[in-house]
Design a protein around this ligand. Structure first.
Ligand code: GTP
Ligand code: MG
Length: 273
């Protein structure tokens, strides 16, 4: 009797993926990539001219992946060079500098630029985005805190990492999670798997946290007119308390927003007869 040899598992073909970096000039895009690929940091600023291209091979879980990285120049001058490279991308590394608020505020315009270049048939839903809040080693100059960055990223279904290309903090974890999410996307036929799409808080909660964070005084924070009555203050407070109570809301920054609302109500009621 012929013995049947156990079937040998065919090694899976390496996965080929394309990744791009995006974000304002000087936020650290090239340094993040260099830190991961070459394990080193260059303190001197060498602006990327147009695009830098590189290929790396990495092993993630049981898969070998070949990554084509297109590291884009952030300077507006290079728009004409960049715009051809947005298509057929599986992953985007979106970077801002935590000490430069403008670079955080610019994230929306980077998404808009990509959307415009992909055209009406391009689909950004099936791209994995990771947001890197970079230069966290410069703690003295920090102007965008973690909850603000995390809220922006997670409310869009993006990954979020705090990184420092200088110390290496967060870099490996960021790339591992990012590549892992891209493998899941490719295994799911190029569509973001349903499990990774779900955002665990509502847009209403995210908007309320942002509004509270940017409010100019206690009236504004509760969303009532200056001179509102006790009833109006209490009504507005209850609405926000239900929306943002830490037992119910997991959105980044909700705990601080909830505390701020409690304090605003107390301060207002003290002065209203
Ligand atoms: P463009 O190519 O012009 O778009 O800039 P970029 O985003 O690629 O910036 P790059 O990586 O060249 O870094 C800009 C400057 O920031 C350099 O002087 C880096 O040394 C510095 N830098 C980058 N990452 C960090 C970081 O995590 N911490 C600190 N302290 N400096 C950093
Ligand atoms: Mg660069």
């Amino acid at each position: 009797m012929e013995a049947t040899a156990p079937k040998r598992k065919e090694p899976r073909k390496p996965l080929r993926i394309k990744v791009i970096s995006m974000g304002n000039a000087e936020v650290g895009k090239s340094c993040i990539i260099k830190r991961y690929c070459e394990k080193r940091f260059v303190p001197k600023y060498l602006a990327t001219i147009g695009i830098d291209y590189g290929v790396t091979k990495v092993q993630i879980r049981d898969r070998e992946i070949k990554v084509n990285i297109f590291d884009m120049a952030g300077h507006p001058f290079f728009y004409e060079v960049r715009n051809e490279f947005y298509k057929d991308t599986q992953g985007v590394i979106l970077v801002y500098d935590v000490g430069q608020k403008e670079s955080f505020d610019a994230l929306d315009s980077w998404l808009a630029e990509m959307k415009q270049e992909l055209g009406p048939h391009g689909n950004m839903d099936n791209v994995v985005f990771v947001v890197c809040a970079n230069k966290i080693d410069c703690t003295k100059h920090r102007s965008v805190d973690e909850s603000e960055g995390r809220l922006w990223a997670e409310s869009r279904g993006f990954l979020y990492f705090e990184t420092s290309a200088q110390t290496g903090e967060g870099i490996n974890e960021m790339f591992q999670t990012f590549y892992s999410a891209i493998i899941d996307l490719c295994d799911n036929g190029g569509k973001r798997p349903p499990s990774s799409v779900g955002v665990s808080f509502t847009k209403e909660q995210a908007d309320a946290i942002r509004r509270i964070r940017n409010s100019k005084d206690s009236w504004d924070m509760l969303g009532v007119k200056p001179g509102a009555t006790r009833d109006e203050v209490n009504k507005a407070y209850r609405k926000l308390a239900v929306l943002l109570h830490p037992d119910k809301c997991v959105a980044p920054g909700s705990e601080d927003a909830f505390k701020a609302v409690v304090n605003a109500r107390t301060a207002l009621l003290k002065n209203i007869k």
